[in-house]
Ligand binder design. Structure first.
Ligand code: FES
Ligand SMILES: [Fe+2]
Length: 376
């Protein structure tokens, strides 16, 4: 069960907003204390929460065949996810059981993981298979020295990982399918920003800044402050319509399709969002490094179809470069500027207005989840 509106329903609501000069609104405003962006203690609690929630780790499409793996740091912890010979994705702490070096970096395809330090070798199921000079470890129990597994689950076209005991059951129910098996994860880009991860996350949660911040990049194509905002569980969906959606007014309601007419953004609580654009999609994971630094991990995929036609992979790649080189840069700049300003005493809290409904939902859920964290 999902509460995601279908294409025709979203388009109806967008036309209502355009005609009525309105947009979706929260039922209240929100004040978020600056301290929640600055405090070390709060940061630690957020990392603890990230370890206990099922958090997207990579798209299924990044693990297309048995033996393909993705190694990356999630919630400050190096992990590796790999599709086993049985087709099942497993995730492990990426730390060798000899003296702890990472057994793989980046992504690729492997039959075994051989630690670069002294060549202990592990199977795709994490089992320790080979120790060079095994007579140096007379009492070694191979069974007990496999890679240590964390919980991984594949659904909705994503791999979710939970590192520690989950804080709530059923968190993954009611998710729609975000990606189809025929989409290609064509690359991954990574970079760091000197900004708290929530400042960066907030830039994708509202369309109130399209005209001001993205005046020459997105605004020529997109509408300012006209959005559909749906919440589902801790998550939300924000639809950003392009001006060309007007073309759909002449098409019978049941034949109207959103693809190519909007940027469809799914906020997966807390640190992930999926942007479905015209020709490509982005899985964006914001990895908190410290209260003042964040690492972006962006998986880029092609969309297969638009208006009943196949999209060429090269076109998807060009489209992806435009978005990450222009509009995303403006969002990053805004977040870094806010971060810098927090050194002063201008604001004790930031105010989110009714247009910023998804951001309010995010902060509200965050407060609620943090109170459920086990103490200590
Ligand atoms: S640390 Fe991995 S083999 Fe020694
Ligand atoms: Fe933006």
């Amino acid at each position: 069960m999902t509460i995601i509106l279908n294409d025709a329903e979203v388009i109806d609501q967008i036309f209502n907003h355009i005609d009525g000069k309105t947009t979706d609104l929260a039922d209240k405003t929100w004040q978020e204390p600056i301290e929640n962006y600055k405090s070390e203690e709060r940061f630690k609690a957020e990392i603890a929460l990230l370890k206990r929630l099922p958090v997207p780790y990579c798209p299924s499409a990044s693990l297309p065949e048995n033996g393909t793996y993705v190694a990356r740091t999630a919630a400050g912890t190096p992990l590796i996810a790999v599709r086993g010979d049985d087709g099942i994705v497993r995730a492990f702490y990426n730390s060798c059981r000899h003296r702890g070096m990472a057994v793989a970096e980046g992504s690729g395809s492997a039959r075994t993981f051989v630690c670069p330090y002294h060549s202990w070798a592990y199977g795709l199921d994490g089992q320790l298979k080979h120790v060079p000079g095994a007579d140096g470890f007379p009492d070694l129990d191979y069974e007990k020295h496999g890679l240590v597994q964390v919980h991984a689950e594949e659904r909705s076209g994503l791999i979710f990982v939970t590192q520690e005991d989950p804080i709530s059951e059923g968190a993954l129910e009611a998710l729609p399918d975000f990606f189809n098996p025929d989409q290609v994860a064509f690359d991954k880009i990574e970079f760091n920003d000197n900004a708290n991860w929530k400042l960066l996350a907030e830039t994708s949660m509202e369309g109130y800044h399209i005209k001001a911040l993205h005046n020459k990049t997105f605004y020529p194509y997109g509408l300012d402050n006209i959005n559909i905002v749906e919440t589902f569980g801790p998550n939300s969906r924000i639809v950003f319509p392009f001006r060309r959606i007007e073309k759909l007014r002449d098409i019978p309601r049941d034949e109207r399709r959103l693809s190519g007419m909007v940027t469809d953004v799914f906020q997966l609580f807390p640190n992930t969002h999926i942007s479905v654009l015209s020709d490509h999609s982005l899985l964006i994971i914001l990895e908190p490094v410290s209260p003042t630094e964040t690492r972006w991990e962006i998986f880029r995929l092609n969309n297969r179809m638009k208006g009943g036609k196949e999209i060429d992979l090269e076109k998807a790649k060009r489209d992806a470069s435009f978005v990450t080189d222009t509009g995303l840069g403006e969002d990053r700049h805004a977040a870094r500027s806010i971060q810098a300003g927090m050194a002063g005493k201008a604001n004790e809290f930031f105010t989110f207005g009714k247009f910023e409904k998804a951001a309010i939902h995010f902060h509200e859920v965050m407060d609620e989840m943090l109170t459920k964290l086990p103490k200590g």
